[in-house]
Design a protein. Structure first.
Length: 478
């Protein structure tokens, strides 16, 4: 038997402070009474989408400011799993004994504390042993779950979830995130081609939605993160019975006027560390949080687009990612199967894996709109997407040690599809779908922003295959 001992040290978890609305403490009958006093029907009849949203937000926030105003909450770390109620009681007795000794300097109380301290340490040891024995023995047949459980308890976190305190300049961080290298300029000939040609004779337009469809989408959302409008999913679910018709009218007015609400174009960006020891701004990753309601309208639009492009085979069969039934497995099987078939025929295969750097952020909006027109999106719908994609803003939010937020100034996003959005992925694959026209000699498979380009050949034709592969790569690059 081989035995080894590995000492692992974890930093003691700290308490987390945050300002939030105590939604669970709301007395629902009083909330319902105030909601019923608001003329939601009049709000729904307003002609301008921004006016509807502004009035809606102001009304909802006013109600919640009354029934669940912001308060500072302190979240303690989750207790260790071996920390039983009896052990907690023993620790409280030990702490009280220590406090009594410090006050009185009584030798008897000092000995009492030492006895309790020794007993607590022994109990902790035995509780740990019992917990790990039970944890390991009960999951012997499930090694994946066993190691996941042990890692979460024993090993230190690879990456901290919270930003270190030395990152205090929100303006500087925001400037860094907006500074996208490279250029997204396109040739006028490209814009002209997609504007004045059509992929097919079919046409797509945004259709009005129903209250039932809107409610179904709201119920399907999961994140309760608070966007710039300060309305969370929990707040929507609490008020939905009164506000559903207004939300539906807001969405349909947006479609009818080809206008995306300005408030929904603002993203709150919260930086998180890329590694375990972030020292510089380049070690931070932006996490973009959009208003909850904007995700509702995006999901409705996304479903309509998905139905259209799948019905009319707009995307190539070798496009996986962000499509139902076409994920990592379909991409892997397609490429692997082709390579194995070539191997069975005595052929060699040369494979090049391409990855677009900051692909979503580098999209040229004018070219994207031209491509939407090319794929059959009507003028009114393209105009809606123009409103959706342009004049977008973002603000970086940092949290102080006391839990209070500090924000940068609003800054303009000049290119790319919105980070953290539902429409972003499907717009990207529509934007990049025509890249397959530039691959003439090789086989390929596209997965999201990755492309696998490969060519099979006899060994004696290797030089020719390399030339043909490079020619396809050159066409992709230009």
């Amino acid at each position: 038997m081989v035995f080894c001992e590995f000492d692992v040290y974890r930093d003691k978890p700290t308490h987390k402070c945050i300002y939030m609305r105590p939604i669970k403490d709301i007395y629902y009958d009083n909330l319902k009474k105030d909601l019923n006093s608001i003329r939601w029907d009049l709000i729904a009849q307003l002609p301008d989408v921004n006016h509807i949203l502004h009035t809606f937000n102001r009304s909802v926030l006013c109600v919640f400011d009354t029934h669940a105003p912001y308060k500072k909450c302190v979240f303690k770390s989750r207790p260790y799993p071996w920390m039983t109620p009896n052990l907690k009681f023993m620790i409280s007795l030990k702490n009280k004994a220590l406090s009594d000794f410090r006050k009185t300097k009584d030798v008897t109380k000092k000995e009492y504390f030492k006895t309790l301290n020794s007993l607590v340490n022994k109990t902790i040891y035995f509780e740990k042993v019992a917990y790990f024995n039970n944890n390991i023995n009960s999951q012997k047949s499930r090694p994946k779950h066993l190691w996941k459980s042990l890692k979460s308890i024993i090993l230190p976190l690879k990456k901290p979830k919270e930003l270190p305190l030395h990152f205090t300049d929100a303006e500087k961080i925001n400037d860094h995130f907006l500074n996208i290298p490279g250029s997204s300029k396109v040739n006028l000939s490209q814009l002209t081609y997609f504007e004045f040609n059509k992929y097919c004779q079919n046409s797509f337009s945004l259709e009005p939605t129903t209250a039932e469809a809107v409610f179904k989408v709201i119920k399907s959302l999961h994140s309760n993160a608070q966007g710039y409008d300060e309305i969370t999913l929990n707040m929507l679910l609490l008020t939905c019975s009164d506000t559903l018709d207004v939300i539906t009218a807001l969405i349909n007015t947006s479609f009818a006027t080809s206008q995306f609400p300005e408030l929904w174009k603002i993203a709150v960006v919260r930086p998180i560390p890329k590694n375990s020891n972030p020292l510089d701004i380049k070690d931070l990753r932006p996490i973009s949080i959009l208003p909850c309601l904007s995700k509702v309208i995006e999901k409705i639009v996304c479903r309509q687009i998905t139905d259209y492009i799948e019905k009319h085979d707009i995307l190539p069969q070798t496009q996986s990612g962000f499509r139902k039934g076409r994920g990592t497995v379909s991409a892997l099987l397609d490429v692997t199967d082709n390579i194995l078939q070539a191997q069975d025929q005595g052929l060699c295969t040369l494979l090049v894996l391409l990855d677009f750097s900051r692909a979503f952020e580098s999209i040229n909006i004018s070219l994207l709109l031209s491509k939407l027109s090319y794929y059959g999106f009507d003028i009114k719908t393209v105009k809606w997407f123009s409103s959706y994609l342009t004049n977008r803003l973002q603000v970086v939010e940092l949290r102080k040690p006391d839990g209070s937020p500090t924000r940068s100034k609003l800054a303009t996003i000049n290119r790319g599809v919105p980070q953290g959005s539902i429409l972003g992925p499907i717009l990207f694959i529509l934007y990049s779908a025509d890249i397959t026209k530039h691959i003439w000699k090789c086989k390929f498979h596209i997965y999201a922003d990755d492309i696998q380009v490969y060519i099979s050949f006899k060994a004696e034709n290797m030089n020719t295959a390399i030339i043909e592969l490079n020619e396809d790569l050159q066409r992709i690059a230009t």
